[in-house]
Design a protein around this ligand. Structure first.
Ligand code: FAD
Ligand code: MLT
Ligand code: ZN
Length: 497
C-alpha cells in the first residue's frame, strides 16, 4: 500500500486465486486483446487517483458488451473469483482498485462514456448534462452512476437518483432525430458506449441518454428498462444500483435526463471577508436568484493559496443569469456581504475561474500526501470543523476547506508532506465523531470505498445497518434476483453483507 495504515485491507479468504485455466477462459470469452496482463497497464489500473491505495490484480479485462460482462461474471462467480469494476478510476475513496496483497482478483474494466464527451456531445445538441465535475476528462458515466457523483451542478439539477431514468428511451416518441453515440469520435469508448444511444426528443425540450441496465455477479442481466412513464409495481430497483459502488453488480446501460441548454450562463468569482458572510450570501442567493442559480461553490483562503491564485479572503462562485446576477451582486456589495469580486466577461474567463476551483484537488495531490474527507454538514456548522481541525493539528499539517456550499457539502482536506499515522490518529475518529454529533454524513458524494466501508455507523443507525444486512440475507436466500453470491463477489464491499 502507498498510504498509511488506513489503506490496509485484509483479503477475504472466501475467494479463489486466479490460474492459467481462468485466463484461458477469459481469452475465449473476450479475445486475447482484451485480456490484459501487461505490467504497466496493470499498475495504472491497480493504483487509485490519489496514489493512496494499491492493488495487486494480475488481470484486467475489457469486455465490450453486456453479454461479455455477463459471461465473465458468471464464470467468476462459479470459480469464486473476486471482481472489482472500474470506470475512469478517478474515485477518491479507494473504491475502484483491488487492494488485496497476494491473491489476484479479476479486474473487470467496465468502461463507458467519458463524462466530458457526454457534456460536449449534449452541448452541441443544445442540452446540458445535469452532472459536471472536475474529473470529467477521465471519469465514466458508469462510474458516476455507481458512485452517485454529486459535482458542480447539484444545487440546480440534484442527484442522479432524480436524473437517471428507469424506462426505455427509444420508444416511438423518441425515435425521430435519434443519434447513435458511436458516431461521436470517442477513442476511449468501451462497453457502455457500445450500447448507449443518445436520443433527442424533438417534440419537447428534454433528452435522455441511454438507459439503466446492470449485470449481477452471477451473470444475470437485470433489465430495469421500461417503456412506461408511471409504474408502481413494487420496488424501483435502479435506485439500489445508483451509488452502490459496484457492490450489487456492474452497471452497463444508463439513462439520464438532460435539461435544455440555458440561453445564457454567467459566473461571478467573489470574495467574502469571512465564512458567516459566505453563509449569508448563499441564503440571499437562494432567495433572490432562485432557480437560476446553478452552482454555488466555496474555497477558503488556504485552498486559493494552494491553487496558486493570489486572491485573498474567502472566495465563492455564483453561477446564474446576468441581469439578475448583476442586481444581486450590487445589493450584496452594498450590504457588505461581498468584499470583492469579478463577473466573467466571456466564456474563456468563466472557464478560467472554473479551472481554479476544479484545480484544487490536483493541487493538493501535487503538494504531497492528503487526507480527504467529504462531509455533509449543516451549512452554519461546516467551517467550524475546519477551524477545529486547524487548532487540533497545529502546524503539523495544512488544513483546507472547499466544496459545494450550495449543497452543504464540505471537502475537508489535510495536506502534509507525507502520510503520517500520528497525524491520522489526531484526525480520525475525531472528524467522524464531530460529523456524527452534528448529524452530518461522512460520505456526501464520493461514496464509501475502502476508506469508509467500516465507518458507516457514524452516519447510519444500527437499525438501518441491520436492515441492509437483512436485505442481503433475504437476497441470497429468497429473492429471485439471481443474487445468490453477488454481494460476496465484490470483495471490497463485504462490509455490506
Ligand atoms: P471509478 O473510480 O473507476 O470507480 C468508482 C466506484 O464505482 C468503484 O467502487 C468502482 O468499483 C465502481 N464502478 C465503476 N464503474 C462501475 C460500473 N459500471 N458498474 C458498477 N460499479 C462501477 N465526485 C463527486 O461526487 N463530485 C465531484 O465534484 C468530484 N470531483 C472530482 C474531481 C477530481 C479531480 C477527481 C479526481 C475526482 C472527483 N470526484 C468527484 C470523484 C470521482 O470522480 C467520482 O466518484 C466519479 O463518479 C468516479 O467515476 P469513475 O468512472 O472514475 O469511477
Ligand atoms: C471536488 O469537489 O473538487 C471533488 O469532489 C474532489 C475533491 O473533493 O477533492
Ligand atoms: Zn466535490
Amino acid at each position: 500500500f502507498f498510504g498509511s495504515r488506513s489503506t490496509v485491507t485484509e483479503r477475504n479468504p472466501v475467494f479463489s486465486t486466479i490460474n492459467a485455466d481462468d485466463i484461458a477462459q477469459f481469452k475465449e470469452i473476450l479475445g486475447e486483446k482484451y485480456v490484459i496482463q501487461d505490467e504497466e497497464r496493470l499498475l495504472a489500473a491497480n493504483t487509485d487517483w490519489m496514489r493512496k491505495y494499491k492493488g495487486s490484480s494480475k488481470l484486467l479485462l475489457q469486455p465490450r458488451s453486456t453479454a461479455e460482462v455477463s459471461q465473465i461474471l458468471k464464470y467468476c462467480n462459479s470459480r469464486c473469483l473476486a471482481v472489482v469494476p472500474q470506470g475512469g478510476n478517478t474515485g477518491l475513496v479507494g473504491g475502484s482498485v483491488p487492494v488485496f496483497d497476494e491473491v489476484s482478483g479479476v479486474l473487470v474494466c467496465e468502461a463507458g462514456c467519458i463524462l466530458e464527451n457526454l457534456v460536449s456531445f449534449l452541448d452541441n445538441q443544445g442540452f446540458i448534462m445535469p452532472l459536471d465535475l472536475g474529473a470529467k476528462g477521465s471519469c465514466q458515466i458508469g462510474g458516476n452512476v455507481s458512485t452517485n457523483a454529486g459535482g458542480l451542478r447539484f444545487v440546480r439539477y440534484g442527484s442522479l437518483h432524480g436524473n437517471v431514468l428507469g424506462r426505455r428511451v427509444w420508444a416511438d416518441t423518441f425515435r425521430d432525430g435519434s443519434l447513435e453515440l458511436s458516431r461521436i469520435p470517442l477513442e476511449t469508448m468501451a462497453i457502455v458506449a457500445h450500447f448507449v444511444s443518445v436520443s433527442k426528443r424533438t417534440s419537447s425540450m428534454s433528452v435522455h441518454v441511454g438507459s439503466l441496465e446492470a449485470v449481477l455477479a452471477n451473470g444475470t442481466v437485470l433489465d430495469m428498462l421500461g417503456t412506461l412513464r408511471k409504474d408502481n409495481t413494487g420496488y424501483d430497483l435502479k435506485h439500489l444500483f445508483i451509488g452502490s459502488e459496484g457492490s450489487l453488480g456492474i452497471v452497463t446501460k444508463i439513462s439520464i435526463l438532460a435539461p435544455p441548454k440555458l440561453s445564457s450562463v454567467n459566473l461571478a468569482f467573489l470574495a467574502c471577508k469571512d465564512y458567516v458572510s459566505c453563509q449569508n450570501l448563499l441564503l440571499e442567493a437562494k432567495r433572490k436568484l432562485g432557480e437560476i442559480l446553478s452552482a454555488f461553490e466555496f474555497l477558503d483562503g488556504n485552498s486559493m493559496d494552494l491553487a496558486n491564485v493570489l486572491i485573498l479572503g474567502t472566495n465563492i462562485y455564483v453561477h446564474a443569469s446576468r441581469e439578475k446576477l448583476e442586481a444581486f451582486l450590487l445589493r450584496s456589495m452594498e450590504g457588505g456581504l461581498i468584499s470583492d469580486g469579478v463577473l466573467a466577461q466571456d466564456m474563456n474567463q468563466a472557464l478560467s475561474f472554473w479551472r481554479i476551483r476544479e484545480g484544487v484537488p490536483e493541487a493538493l495531490m501535487k503538494a504531497g500526501a492528503v487526507y480527504k474527507y467529504d462531509l455533509s454538514l449543516p451549512v452554519e456548522k461546516m467551517y467550524d470543523l475546519v477551524e477545529a481541525m486547524r487548532i487540533r493539528l497545529g502546524p503539523a499539517a495544512e488544513v483546507i476547506g472547499y466544496g459545494h456550499l450550495g449543497d452543504g457539502n464540505l471537502h475537508l482536506n489535510i495536506s502534509l508532506p507525507e502520510y503520517n499515522d500520528n497525524v491520522l490518529a489526531q484526525i480520525e475518529p475525531f472528524v467522524y465523531e464531530w460529523t456524527s454529533k452534528h448529524r452530518g454524513s461522512i460520505s456526501a458524494e464520493h461514496g464509501l470505498g475502502l476508506m469508509k466501508a467500516n465507518k458507516i455507523h457514524y452516519s447510519r443507525s444500527p437499525e438501518s445497518m441491520a436492515s441492509v444486512t437483512k436485505w442481503n440475507q433475504l437476497n441470497r436466500e429468497e429473492l429471485p434476483l439471481g443474487a445468490s453470491e453477488e454481494v460476496f463477489m465484490v470483495e471490497k464491499k463485504i462490509i455490506l453483507s
